[in-house]
Structure formats: structure tokens, C-alpha cells
Design a protein around this ligand. Sequence first.
Ligand SMILES: Cc1ncc(COP(=O)(O)O)c(C=O)c1O
Length: 421
Amino acid sequence: MFTYSDLRAQDPAVFSALQGEMKRQAEGVELIASENYVSPAVMETMGTVFNNKYSEGYPGKRYYAGQEFTDQVETLAIERAKQLFRCGHANVQPHAGCPANVAMYFALLEPGDCVLGMDLSHGGHLSHGHPVTYLTKIFRFVRYGMKDIETGEIDYDAMRAMAKKEKPKILLGGFSAYPRELDYAKMKAIADEVGAITVMDMAHIAGLIAGGALKNPFDYGFDVVTTTTHKTLRGPRGGMILSKDAEIGKKIDKSVFPGFQGGPIMQMIAAKAVAFGEALRPEFKEYAAQIIRNSKHLAQYLMERGAKLITNGTDNHLMLVDCIQSWGIAGGEVETVLDSVGITLNKNSIPNDQRKPMDPSGVRLGTPAITTRGMKERDMEILADFILATIERRSDAAALKNLGAEVKAFCLKFPVPGIKA
Ligand SMILES: Cc1ncc(COP(=O)(O)O)c(C=O)c1O
């Protein structure tokens, strides 16, 4: 465990905020689908002297001297990533998921080129060409989506028709709010018909793929995979770009540095190496499988008690609830009342949402963080009961206070890695 004695002595204001955050994490339930708790070893590595070193370039080809040990850790991160995801090339330098996607676009596209990606209202991510991003000033984004939001099946016929019409350079998979799995074989066949490169942004499900609980796009011939390292993969905050072979890898490397970024954040790269080492262990397979077991169990239990889930269930770590249909209130109201009892999740748009993005109809829940804490199927039922009781008794201040105390007592049975209870 960390003592933070220097920080405490030197900067009480920052220490006090840190203490508050540690208490919040230990005493509350984290259901935000993109969050997780890293191991003490990963956390420790993030706070090391690798922070002090400038290492522009790549192992063996740096711009400054003194790189013996930075080369060692970056090479470890690269080799472990390649082993974990069964691919030929890894760039572990992107500072986060969005920078990884931007570097990927610039590696593979010319200005004006087209990307066919998932409809943002069906679960796609901002960095897949949302109109508010600068990306749309440079590239052209067109969309595919679900054929049927009751099953979540993607409309692959419409995807093929769109690909033939728009001739995208990239066929892009990936999402932050889609609870089903993509058919990579179908996507690859469509991409081949129109000569597009296949890219999967696996940010949300990287840990599930690493642990063998979901399919690996490289096994279906995908060319490039981008990801964050801090969600289901349970590493430090950061990004990564993987590619099938060294040829594409060379373009990616040039695009990340010097094309887009400067010096790599070496303490994070060292922590990525540690996290990938953890993900290569057999226990991680069990972790990934348990995330999905918990997610399916929570989804089923909520649905049996009247919750309306988009696609009527889940195959991965997340679920999207239509709060208007379930409880007659908006997602924001559900988010706020649950937060008041120590249950954290996020309001989220649902497909074809009639409400505005800042005041959407749904909420998104995910199980990666609670699974790291050791919660199992029976605990999902307890959690769901807390959620449903909180929503039902949302106008009863005394009931909410009691529920908050019960949530806290429940959470303290499941320590957060790195935080002393
Ligand atoms: C699918 C997907 N791609 C990219 C990102 C962006 O990652 P970051 O927030 O690290 O830039 C996210 C983050 O939520 C995501 O869900």
C-alpha cells in the first residue's frame, strides 16, 4: 500500500483531494463501463522515475542518449502486447485512445478519404468522426448501424451497400455503448470487396479479447486494431495501435512519432508492460470470463424486474438501459439519484434517442471494475436490488440515506486494489 507521506507533508491540499477520491472509490460502486482499478504494481510503476526521461523515437532509434532502460521497458511492452493479441506489430506510445485513433487515421488516409464506421447513436465513439471533432474537417465519415435494436444485430447488408456506394478507405469497427459482438468475418469480406483496410477500435473490450472471452479481430484478418489500455485491459491510462504486419506498422510508427506526438510518456509505457504481463497470466482469463458472467447476470436480473435493455441483454461487459421505458424518468435523473447513494454510472443516449445528448433517455452500466473487486453473480443481484430500490424511493430522503449506508457497508467487503480500507 502507498503511504503518500511526502505528498501529505508537502501539499496538504492535493493530498486532501486524493484522500477524498480514495474514500469515494472504496465506499462506492463503480459501474462506469470504461473504468477499472489497476493493480498496486501497475499503480506503483506509474509513479516511477521513468517520468523523468525524454525518449523521442523508438527502442534502438532515439533522439537523446541515456535510453538503455527506457528501451528495455518499451520493448517489453511491445513484445507482450504482440503476444497478448497475436499480431505482428505494436506501437505502445499513444497517450490515450483518441490520439491512437487520430494517428491511425493519418497513417492510413489522405485528407478527404472516407471512413465507414458505426453510427454514433448506435454506440460508436466520438473519435469515429463525431461532427464536434476536428476529424470531420479532414476526413469524411459515413455510417452503418443496427438492423434491429431489439437484437442488436448489425445491418451487414446495409454496410455492404454503403461500402459499395462510398468506397471507404477504412471499414471501422468499435464502440463505447454497444452490448453485442461484431461479426469480424463479415466485415472483412465486405472490406475486401471494396478494397478497404479493416480497423477495429477495441478500447472497451480489449481485456475481454486479451482474456479470450471475446473474439480477436486479428483472427479474422483485420489489418489494424486501436485501443485504450485503461478500461477492461486494466492498465494505466493510455493508448496503443496494433497491426497485423510490419509494413502497416511502419506507417503507424511514423504517424505516432514524429507525425502526431512528441516524447512518449515512459512511466505509462512501463506500466503498460506490467499490465500486459498481468493480462498474459491464466488468472486474467478467469477475470475476463467473470466480467461477462456478471454482466449477463446483472442484465437478466434487471430485465426480470422490468428494466428495458437496448438489444434485450448483453454479450460483453456493458448494458444500456432505456430509463424512460423502464421507470418513466430520464437517464440524468437516474444517474443523479444513484450517485447520491454511492452508485456511479453514466447517463447515455440510446439508439434513435428523442432527447438531447446532455439529457438522454438511457444509462450505461458495466461490470469491469466491480469484477476486479471480486464481486460475483450473487453480488450482482444485491447491486441490482440497491439500484431498483434507489430509483423507486428517489423522493424519500430518509430511505436514500439508509440505502447509501447499506451500499457503503456492502462495498467495504470488497477492497479496491491499492486502497487500504
Ligand atoms: C471505443 C473508444 N475509442 C476511443 C476512446 C477514447 O479514449 P481516451 O479517452 O483515452 O482518449 C474511447 C473512450 O471512451 C472509446 O470508448
